[in-house]
Structures are given as structure tokens and as C-alpha cells.
Design a protein around this ligand. Sequence first.
Ligand SMILES: Nc1ncnc2c1ncn2[C@@H]1O[C@H](COP(=O)(O)OP(=O)(O)OP(=O)(O)O)[C@@H](O)[C@H]1O
Ligand SMILES: [Mg+2]
Length: 281
Amino acid sequence: MKLTINNLTKTYKNGVKAIDDLSLEIGTGMFGLLGPNGAGKSSLMRTIATLQSPDSGSIMFNDIDVLKDQMSLRKILGYLPQSFGVYPKMSAEDLLDYFASLKGVSSKTDREKLVKEVLEITNLYDVRKKHVAGYSGGMKQRFGIAQLLLNNPKLIVVDEPTAGLDPAERNRFLNVLREVGTNCTVIFSTHIVDDVKELCNEMAILNGGRILKHITPIEATKGIEGVIWTKIIERDDLETMEANYNVLSSNYNQDNTLNIRVYSNHLAFRESKIPSPKLSY
Ligand SMILES: Nc1ncnc2c1ncn2[C@@H]1O[C@H](COP(=O)(O)OP(=O)(O)OP(=O)(O)O)[C@@H](O)[C@H]1O
Ligand SMILES: [Mg+2]
């Protein structure tokens, strides 16, 4: 399987060039698209998912010309947008059954079999009777995967699915994606380096609508060795840390401490007056 993007460009009406002469080749397996806010991740993904047209360039998925033959692509596409909107007060099972009938599965027995299958893959079978509206963030994201699996997609595009998930939910989600991604092409975007490190055989770094690097995660993390550090701090120390260091992210732990990620020259950070500099990558 191969997705080939050539010289793709998109400028929005307000003059922002969100995709800038971008070319990329993606094969079978998990592909990570890493980039900061505004890099153009969602723009690129919506274009691949045929929801918006570029100004120029081409996209081929195997022998489908994506921009010309949108219907053929949609049949084999599974897309999970960055925000999925509001869920009705329906159980996961009923909602999936409804989606399956919209997708043209007319036999009730076939739908039941299919719905059970996708609930099991996404580990939602035990909570299938609960309303999706009441699901946790991680469960909702797994439900998003369940719905896109209904038409047995060959190309799966998921836009920042791990944003806002706590570590346990994030792991559960990534495991589901890993299982799904064994025999199709999965492109997922994130701004968390660890997501791609743990999951992908290939990745690209996107910024300003351009591909900065197309490499393996191992090569990518080598580049940041020695400059990105994580540290556990007390909640009250965050302000001091932010004032003194380039804090890239902070996450709450259950015991009310914080996990922070810092961009810093090793020695400068070690010699700081911060208590117990227990540092690791
Ligand atoms: N519909 C739109 N109209 C005008 N500008 C847009 C539109 N959508 C995105 N942009 C702009 O295009 C650029 C790329 O946005 P995009 O949403 O693709 O980035 P992103 O990498 O997905 O960011 P994030 O991590 O915040 O989701 C940004 O400067 C954004 O403000
Ligand atoms: Mg986005």
C-alpha cells in the first residue's frame, strides 16, 4: 500500500499558506505526523480525507487519484477528526448499529456481528450499553476508532487522537491503534514525541506547511538526546520552572506532582538550584 503526495499547496482565503509545496510518500503501517500548533497537520489530513481541496498538487493512494476520484477513496477511508463534536444520548452499541446502517449494512445479523467485532477491537465491549456522551475522553477516542472501522478501511487518518488523554488512557488508545494498524496505512498526527516513538515505524516532522524531516523515530529522538529532559516537580514549583527554563509541557500526576518536559542544555539544568535534579529522557 502506498500514499503518494506530490507538490501539495493550500492557501486559505485569509492568506495563510497552510500547506507549502509538500511531497511525501507513506507505506503500510503506522505513520506519525509530528508538529506544533498551526503546523498544518489538520489541513493536510482534511485534504487527504477529501474534505477540502488543495490549490495544486496531487495525492494518489495505490491507484486511486484521491483529488479526482473522491468517492473511491471514501469507500476505503477511515477518518477521525481532531474534534468529533457532540454525541447523542445513545449507547455505543446502538450508535454503531446506526452508523453501520448509514454505511449500507442492511442485514441486522451482519450489523450485530460487525458492531460486536469493532467493540471488541477497541476494548469497549463491556461498556457497550453506556451512553457515549458519558464516556471518558479516552473511551470517546476509542469509540471514534470503532466507528471508522465499520467499513474496513485501508487508509486510516486520525488527527491528534491522544491530545488531552491521561497516561493510562493514552496507552490504552495507542494499543488499539497499534492493533488496527498492522495491515493498513495509518497516519496519525500528534505533538507528543513519545507517541510516535512508541508506535510508528516512520514519521515526518511538519512545520509551516512543510516537511522538515522524514525519518524513523529512532533517528529523530537521537537528535534531541541531551537537550530534552523530564522531571517530576511539586505543583507550586511550576511557576519558578517556567520563569527559568523553557518548559515544553507539564502533566499532572495522581499524587498532585507534575511531570514537566524541559528543553535545556544539560549542564545548565543540572547546575540549577532546583531540588533533586533527577533527570531522564
Ligand atoms: N479554515 C481555515 N481558514 C483560515 N486559516 C486556517 C483554516 N484552518 C487552518 N488555518 C490556519 O492554517 C494554519 C495551519 O492550521 P492547521 O489547523 O492545519 O494546523 P495544525 O497543525 O493542525 O494545528 P493544531 O496543532 O493547532 O491542530 C494555521 O495558521 C491556521 O490558523
Ligand atoms: Mg490540528
